[in-house]
Design a binder for this molecule. Sequence first.
Ligand code: ATP
Ligand code: MG
Length: 325
Amino acid sequence: MTASKHLIALLKSHIARDDDQFLSIAMQMAAHEARKGHGQVAQQLRALVDQARSGKVERARRPVPIAQPKGDLAALVSVTFSETRLASMALTNELEQRLKRVLIEQRQQHKLVERGLQPRRKLLLVGPPGSGKTMTAGALAGELHLPLFTVLFDTLITRFMGETASKLRIIFDAMSETRGVYFFDEFDAIGSRRSERNDVGEIRRVLNSFLQFLEKDDSDSLIIAATNHVELLDPALFRRFDDVIQYEFPDQDVTLKILQSRLVGFDAKTVDWTRTVELSAGLSQAEISRAAEEAAKRAILADRLSITNDDLSSSLKERRSAAHR
Ligand SMILES: Nc1ncnc2c1ncn2[C@@H]1O[C@H](COP(=O)(O)OP(=O)(O)OP(=O)(O)O)[C@@H](O)[C@H]1O
Ligand SMILES: [Mg+2]
């Protein structure tokens, strides 16, 4: 790859705020320089990448200055500051438009609120494992520069209903105090059908109280729930959300976008993309992205800057057999 292509790839990853991608391209540039016999430049690049990587770890370890949950809340949510952007997700047109609409309504909420209208902020994400639901919560938080509070179900749901309800109250109170994205991942834990026969009633009551809180909530936080099992969810839930967003396994366009964006720093002239996309059929976004990373590793460890059909087909086959095990 030429210097200008590297530069374009660097800029793209910068725009997408994808630090990992940025640094991995810089590493490839170091390898490229080394092969051209520019040992000093290569070493300098590597040292800078190492420095950036350790700095990143340092930053992540440091206590977050604001919005660090305190007291009872601390055991119920974990907080992160996401740097993911929508641009680093490969999305169908429809899904992209739906997520952009949430961002537009959030960013221009003053216009809506002035006229007595509410921006969308209660979202239910439904779809199979690895299709990008958790990544979406991170991307929305990252785009809006809001802290991402992930609810920890293990501590939320206890054997005692009264206790669980008061814990839910703590979380919903926090939504009004600290604007953020509040993420109920694997929501089926509380979202199961209220009328299930052998339900001892506990889950049902937890769900009822969640529904009441959700309905009453008039904070300006985003509430995002995600689940793989839409069939387990009570129909009453759907009405309480402003948007129910469906996730699917990737179509061919999305597959190609994921593969190419993961391999952007490599020379892929000899890759037969049509065939590679065919080999990816039936795999989730997560598995495809993993396979592309594995292919990149193969190339790097073989001191190559080019990706071959074989790199891709081997790692896709590996993913496929792992997925079907
Ligand atoms: N649309 C996408 N574009 C690019 N990469 C994606 C996309 N969706 C998922 N991925 C990749 O797959 C990984 C896993 O996705 P994610 O955790 O969001 O799936 P999920 O739908 O939350 O799955 P689960 O139901 O198992 O929680 C992401 O970290 C990312 O690397
Ligand atoms: Mg998830």
